[in-house]
Design a protein around this ligand. Sequence first.
Ligand code: IPE
Ligand code: IPE
Ligand code: MG
Length: 240
Amino acid sequence: MSIRDELPVFPRHVGIIMDGNGRWAKKRGLPRSAGHVAGAKVFKKIALYAAEIGIPCLTVYAFSTENWSRPPEEVSALMRLFKTYLQDAIDNFSDRDICIRFLGDSSVFPKELRELETYIARNSAGRKGMTLNIAMNYGGRAEITRAVRSLAQAVEAGNLRPDDIDEAMISNHLYTAGEPDPDLIIRPSGEKRISNFLLWQSAYAEFVYNDILWPDYTTKDLDDALREYARRSRRFGGVK
Ligand code: IPE
Ligand code: IPE
Ligand code: MG
């Protein structure tokens, strides 16, 4: 029996801020890049498990718009790792019913990485199992800015009246268009902040924080977060 059958409520969309790779490596006297390698392995394990237990949509935060401010050697190690991982993903995820989407501005990535993203997104599009969003060069503020710009252009072109802009229209101009908002956002590593992740979409998300560093995160920790979510009382501003 999977955890899904055990729980009375199950999230439709889970977000994970995969944090703590650097500290994990530091604790072991390893370079930060070794923490990212370990974190990427855990990403694969958790993503496959999430699909197995029937989470409809999973968003993982892999690289933020602010992460470019890290030392150049760390950024290039991450770009290399993303490339290897996306190449692997073609094999690891190809026989799974997982639709992979990339959230964020990929235009600044090295050409090979951009092409891998396009290939994977195109090949997995339309799969009906889990949707796996990989947020790479993603920032909530950049995403909202992009949506506002696109709506302003439509107004300028005479195709949209400002009064017609509503919340649903804004949602539909975000990278997550068509997906449910996250019900649950998990942040391991001990930090208790959103760090520019799914700002618009997380308006009523439940948060689960814990002290586990991402490379130590296990499928049991995800089960625990799902149990914790099932115990929460969500009110959406109303009364229950
Ligand atoms: C998260 O781990 C991975 C990325 C942001 C790419 P960190 O690298 O932020 O790890 P800590 O927070 O320094 O431990
Ligand atoms: C958030 O973690 C971004 C990712 C996990 C990709 P950070 O480590 O960048 O966030 P801060 O700097 O602690 O807020
Ligand atoms: Mg961090």
